[in-house]
Design a protein around this ligand. Structure first.
Ligand code: BLA
Length: 235
């Protein structure tokens, strides 16, 4: 169900100079023991970024996932791009979260990098889930303009393809703009904040149980620590 979106994301990366990095076989594609699910991942080397990963899980009418995270180079204190789309077939429930994940919660940082996201959000009132985050802390690595939908897939009135396309373009725009960059975060600060992001995300990742149940504990642990959040220090 997210195949078109996957193509859209990967094509967007390619059109910005992305080069695919070869992954070991069991990360690239892995089937569940019972053969009822497959998880595929891509790792990209993109100018301006130190790491860009994409994951697509297909468990038929049970679960569908598309997840991507882009980490800018350390010399670049731009927000981290994060997209998490999960569809639970039994409940026909869609959780869709898109954000420019801020390295810090600071007014000036927001003024520098969030004008685009702020105006995009005004056109997507459905992505304004007033459900408080339960697993994550909305004040840590989430922006005030996070696009957050939680509801049935059928109730969604907009096209996810259009939204993702606009969202990615808005993010690329930060790179092309000659805006006065935020000055108060050094290369070293960014390194620490990326490390904290991975540790924090790894500790809370609600997908760990899901991966464990489909692909086994050993594979799930390896995937979490060595692919999703390699800088996390809770190995
Ligand atoms: C929620 N994300 C979830 C949930 C799952 C995943 C299973 C719980 C949904 C529910 O039961 O309602 C799935 N998370 C994944 C998958 C991966 C993952 C498949 O990391 C990895 C392949 N999550 C992100 C990113 C963002 C994010 C990049 O990985 C930011 C845009 C956000 N996911 C996010 C949020 C929630 C969520 C905000 C809601 C959880 C809450 O209420 O705190």
């Amino acid at each position: 169900m997210f195949d078109e979106l996957l193509t859209l994301v990967n094509n967007s990366i390619l059109s910005h100079g992305g080069k695919e990095i070869e992954l070991e076989d069991n990360l690239k594609e892995y089937f569940s023991v019972r053969g009822n699910a497959v998880i595929r991942s891509w790792l990209w080397d993109v100018p301006g970024f130190r790491r860009w990963r994409v994951t697509r899980m297909d468990a038929g009418n049970k679960i569908q996932v598309l997840n991507t995270v882009a980490y800018p180079e350390y010399i670049n204190n731009h927000p981290i791009l994060g997209i998490d789309l999960i569809w639970f077939g039994m409940k026909n429930k869609l959780v869709a979260v898109l954000d420019f994940q801020p390295l810090i919660q600071d007014e000036e940082y927001f003024l520098t990098y969030y004008q685009g996201l702020k105006s995009l959000k005004t056109n997507y009132s459905e992505f304004n889930s007033n459900k408080a985050m339960k697993i994550y802390d909305s004040n840590n690595y989430f922006s005030p303009w996070v696009l957050f939908y939680s509801g049935t897939f059928d109730a969604l009135e907009i096209s996810l393809n259009n939204l993702i396309d606009k969202f990615l373009n808005t993010y690329w725009h930060i790179y092309s703009e000659k805006l006065d960059k935020y000055k108060n975060l050094s290369h070293k600060d960014v390194m620490t904040l990326h490390r904290n992001y991975d540790t924090y995300s790894c500790e809370r990742d609600p997908a760990h149980g899901l991966f464990k149940s489909y692909f086994g504990e050993e594979w799930a642990n390896n995937f979490l620590h060595n692919f999703l959040f390699p800088l996390s220090n809770n190995q």
